[in-house]
Design a protein around this ligand. Structure first.
Ligand code: ADP
Ligand code: MG
Length: 388
């Protein structure tokens, strides 16, 4: 689960990390009021969306007067922000964070991630903050300093000092950096985060180390023991199709094409998406209905696919091992009889009880287009869509 910048900053502050004075607002007028409360002469108005890269996309604005704050916030509220991390549909802006500007001397990058290969928390830092880590690793890979944390003892002070040394931090700032790193580690560990990123972590002109941005992601499977974190969920930032699927126990990722896919198994679902592209089409989604799919489950999958207005053709691709083609076929027929839709449906069945499955489809007299292999199914789906 992702949270907003202002929420992550509050958590970090509770763990001893310095953050600029800031306040959340839910309307442009409130943003002005908040700027007034914060005081000073320069503020940043920052769109709160679950994505990075806001600065380059117009989601972070520097304002020098209260009327500029009003204008910046007015421009943000209610609109969708598209950054390189949001995907084409963007994320809605319903809250903006107003923050006092600080005078930056240097920007650092600081990230904590779960490294699956070593099964440890890995600290990643660089003296080239402000850029995204992907860009840093492409353009300045030698600037990246990594450090693995031994889980039994946690992050040690000497490791934090070593990082400060490798980043070339002035000796007067080492203790502050150490406090920041230890605080982040403690927040990450105690709250079951899977990612924590401060980019930039700034060294200010008056020599303090302060988090100007913050991103945290938490392990969904551990949320039950962190009710305060679970409360920070903001469903407005989630793809409604994916939220719907998760509520129904289906494994779904929304995309932007026109061919809706119902497939069993993640590998086959990926292959199906590839084959649709190869045939000249675009998949509308990734959907793995899993093993042992009952007719009811197949109907649920249809409902989900049909809730996406972009979908024009539905492709069902089942390679039944644990699954049974007759159950899936029955599910497809049930969906066509009971749900109100006119989308063409292409079905490819293979594996367990395939004969029975095909027979059910034939007998149903529903206008289902059958295919014997994936290439044929994908080609037929794309041709039908092109001729609609
Ligand atoms: P994003 O990473 O989504 O673009 P950031 O919060 O990192 O958004 O803001 C973009 C840039 O704006 C930062 O790299 C930093 O240079 C500047 N910035 C952000 N907050 C402040 C602040 N409080 N004072 C001064 N500069 C800031
Ligand atoms: Mg940033």
């Amino acid at each position: 689960m992702d949270i907003h910048e202002y929420q992550a900053k509050k958590i970090l502050e509770e763990h001893g990390i310095k953050i600029p004075t800031g306040a959340i607002s839910y309307s442009p007028e409130q943003a002005v009021y908040r700027a007034h409360e914060i005081g000073g002469k320069t503020w940043l108005v920052k769109a709160q969306v679950h994505a990075g890269g806001r600065g380059k996309a117009g989601g972070v604005k520097v304002c020098h007067s209260e009327s500029e704050v009003l204008e910046a916030a007015d421009d943000m509220f209610g609109r969708k922000l598209i950054t390189h991390q949001t995907g084409g549909m963007g994320k809605g802006i319903y809250r903006v964070y107003v923050e006092g500007a600080v005078e930056i001397e240097k920007e650092l990058y600081l990230g904590f991630v779960l490294d699956r290969s070593t099964q440890r928390i890995m600290l990643v830092t660089s003296g080239e903050g402000g850029m995204e880590i992907e860009e840093i690793s492409e353009k300045k890979p030698q600037s990246i300093v990594r450090c693995e944390v031994e889980p039994a003892v946690g992050l040690r002070e000497f490791q934090a000092r070593e990082i400060a040394f490798e980043l070339g931090i002035d000796s007067s700032l080492v203790q502050q950096l150490q406090k920041t790193l230890m605080g982040c580690y403690s927040a990450f560990r105690t709250l079951d985060a899977t990612m924590l990123e401060i980019n930039p972590l700034a060294i200010t002109k008056d020599k303090s180390i302060i988090a100007l941005d913050a991103k945290m992601t938490f392990d969904d499977n551990a949320l039950f023991r962190h009710p305060k974190i679970a409360e920070l969920r903001d469903k407005s930032q989630e793809d409604p199709r994916e939220r719907n699927a998760a509520d129904r126990g289906l494994n779904y990722v929304g995309l932007t094409g026109e061919i809706g896919c119902i497939v069993n198994g993640a590998g086959l679902a990926m292959a199906t998406m590839d084959t649709i592209k190869l045939a000249g089409g675009e998949p509308a989604n990734f959907l793995d209905i899993g093993g042992g799919a009952t007719p009811e489950r197949v109907t649920k999958a249809f409902k989900l696919i049909l809730s996406d207005e972009r979908v024009k053709v539905i492709l069902v691709n089942i390679f039944a091992g644990i699954n049974r083609c007759d159950w899936v076929a029955q599910g497809v027929v049930d969906a066509m009889e009971n749900l109100d839709f006119t989308h063409p449906v292409v079905v490819r069945l293979a594996g367990t009880n395939v004969k029975e499955g095909k027979e059910i489809i034939k007998k149903s007299k529903q206008p289902i287009i059958q295919a014997d292999d994936l290439m044929e199914a994908a080609t037929k789906s794309v041709q039908i869509w092109q001729n609609l």
